[in-house]
Ligand binder design. Structure first.
Ligand code: SF4
Ligand code: SF4
Length: 132
């Protein structure tokens, strides 16, 4: 490469805006169809357990507190989930959806990887059952 060409490449590189983005200082808007963290509408859930049975990664557990009274909690493992959305497709009652905003799920410790959903009393019952 001739010195003149190399020099002009260096100068143009110095004057050009960087192509890289300053993540996480700058964040791009995410597309609506991005599959981020799973969310569950426990009030609409019938407790059929299809989401848990069909999950290929065993990332969701439906915890039945009282089936007659429709008292359930859900345990979701963000670190096992492969974000396939199979559970969302399987749920005939529209209780599950994947957030397009919540996708930054990395953590230096494992606690945030297990998420409990449900009303407060049911989540407490599920946690108490786990502690037994
Ligand atoms: S598939 Fe839907 S209705 Fe059935 S247990 Fe899962 S969330 Fe509830
Ligand atoms: S998105 Fe896929 S891997 Fe994640 S909980 Fe649903 S079925 Fe399981």
């Amino acid at each position: 490469m001739r010195f003149g060409t190399m020099f002009s490449d260096i100068v143009s590189s110095l004057l050009r805006r960087p192509i890289t983005e300053l993540y996480p200082v700058e964040r791009r808007a995410t597309p609506d169809r991005l599959r981020g963290q799973l969310h569950w509408d426990w009030e609409a859930c019938t407790g059929c357990s299809l989401c848990a049975k069909e999950c290929p990664a065993q990332a969701v557990d439906l915890i039945v507190i009282d089936k007659k009274a429709k008292q359930f909690a859900m345990r979701y493992h963000t670190d096992r989930c492969i974000y396939c959305a199979q559970c969302v497709v399987n749920c005939r009652f529209g209780c599950l959806e994947m957030s397009s905003d919540e996708w930054e799920l990395a953590s230096a410790n494992k606690d945030p990887f297990t998420v409990y959903y449900g009303d407060e009393a049911n989540v407490e019952a599920a946690l108490a059952d786990r502690a037994d």
